[in-house]
Design a protein around this ligand. Structure first.
Ligand SMILES: Cc1ncc(COP(=O)(O)O)c(C=O)c1O
Length: 433
């Protein structure tokens, strides 16, 4: 059987497929599981109780439930949900948006498939690319391009902080000069907070990128899956600059209800100028007809009542902050005075651990940890980009952190995270030096 170029690229081998496949394979018999790997959010009791109450109200309200499950919404999304988002951002943040600036997708992951392919690949001027201005970056983008070799990444600058911390920064000058030399760039894309590192780009950095985007007539896509105003998994005390929600006509902002308790209901939100929203709606009609309605219905009433924002501020953020601090304390306790560093955790669900003295690649360490029941994600997967190109385009391959970092989901059961971290410290110590 012969698959098309699309089939060969997307249905062939990919990093994410190998990883997901391996994650799902059983552990050796009798080995307990410490699941610090996937991107699943935690179950936050106050959030679950709110959705349960909301669901009970929906079931008790005449034929509201049947009306929710019994018909398709428009390809752009459920009109009343879209209106509630527009009015929320107009009122709370003064953004000049209306329903024609908003589309709903089946999770923000599928919004990325649409957006990254709308702005990369062949057009009348040649082959357009997506520029990711700082790697390491979210593994979930790496294999989404339909045309080959269209994703370009630039290396982050590294700032060391004290003995055991560090932080990545965008090299704005490098981005500026890359854009000047490469008119084929069709869009830029960043996650904020960043998966895997927990980095949060400041308003100043976002403003610089948005200004560059405007200058070059391209959009900047900002992935706000963990950000403000909801789910608000951001820790301002870990930041030096401010990080407010940002939107302008040069920005495509994506949001999600996944990390505020609804990953299974697949509800992604795109906020952008009307031409982009019309294109997202058109793609959604071809690929999915429309997006699932239940997350939109639950989200709408909680957004209108203010409950979603209250939950984000008073339940979600404190919950993750406590878990993040507890996990950090464990790392200090178990890794002691070895040369290790954590990326400053400013948001998202992960600790990004750099083991400077590791003598084996983290992909190999991952296999040894798995034998002991500890699942993490090896750092190699978050470094991606062009296979061949200019020195800065292929810098991701030789990035000094590429084979020395682990992504650790800190949000699970605290005892399990503690034991998992103890095992990671013990096993990695055998390969120090
Ligand atoms: C940075 C980032 N963006 C997007 C997504 C996709 O989330 P969803 O499709 O559930 O909205 C994830 C999921 O973990 C993520 O970490």
């Amino acid at each position: 059987m012969n698959f098309s170029a699309f089939g060969r690229k997307l249905a062939g081998d990919s990093g994410i497929l190998t990883l997901m496949d391996d994650l799902a394979r059983p552990l050796p018999d009798g080995v307990p599981l410490y699941a610090l790997g996937g991107g699943n959010p935690a179950r936050v009791p106050a959030v679950e109780q709110s959705y349960r109450r909301q669901m009970e109200r929906l079931l008790a309200d005449g034929d509201a439930f049947e009306n929710t499950i019994g018909r398709y919404d428009t390809p752009q999304g459920r009109l009343s949900f879209i209106e509630s988002i527009a009015s929320f951002f107009r009122t709370e943040f003064g953004w000049d948006i209306s329903p024609e600036n908003i589309a709903i997708t089946n999770g923000s992951q599928s919004a990325f498939f649409y957006l990254l392919n709308l702005f990369s690949g062949d057009d009348s001027t040649g082959r357009r690319t997506i520029l990711f201005p700082l790697v390491p970056e979210y593994i979930g983008y790496a294999d989404q391009g339909i045309d080959p070799d269209t994703f370009v990444t630039l290396p982050a600058k590294v700032q060391l902080i004290g003995d055991h911390e560090f932080k990545y920064h965008i090299d704005v000058e490098l981005v500026r000069s890359y854009l000047s030399d490469h008119p084929e760039v069709g869009a830029m894309c960043v996650s904020r907070p960043t998966n895997p590192t927990g980095n949060v780009l400041t308003d100043k950095e976002i403003d610089s990128l948005a200004a560059l985007a405007r200058e070059h007539g391209i959009p900047i896509i900002i992935d706000n899956a963990y950000g403000l105003p909801f789910p608000n998994i951001i820790f301002p005390e870990m930041m030096t600059g401010s990080a407010e929600p940002r939107w302008s006509k040069d920005i495509v902002l994506t949001m999600s209800l996944s990390k505020i308790g609804l990953p299974a209901l697949r509800t992604g939100i795109v906020i952008a100028k009307p031409e982009i929203i019309a294109a997202v709606g058109a793609l959604n009609s071809i690929i999915a007809l429309s997006s699932g309605s239940l997350g939109q219905v639950l989200g709408e009433s909680m957004l209108r009542s203010g409950e979603l924002l209250t939950l984000a501020n008073n339940a979600v953020r404190p919950f993750y902050r406590d878990r993040m601090n507890a996990a950090r304390d464990c790392v200090y306790e178990y890794f002691g005075e070895r040369p290790w560093r954590l990326h400053r955790c400013q948001g998202a669900l992960f600790l990004w651990l750099y083991l400077e003295d590791l003598s084996i690649p983290t992909a190999e360490l991952y296999s040894q940890l798995k034998e002991r029941g500890v699942i993490v994600v090896p750092g190699e997967y978050f470094f991606f980009g062009r296979e061949a190109g200019t020195p800065e385009e292929i810098a991701w391959k030789n990035h000094p952190h590429r084979e020395k970092c682990l992504r650790i989901n800190y949000s699970g059961d605290p005892d399990s995270v503690r034991e998992g971290l103890r095992i990671i410290a013990a096993v990695s110590k055998k390969h120090a030096g």
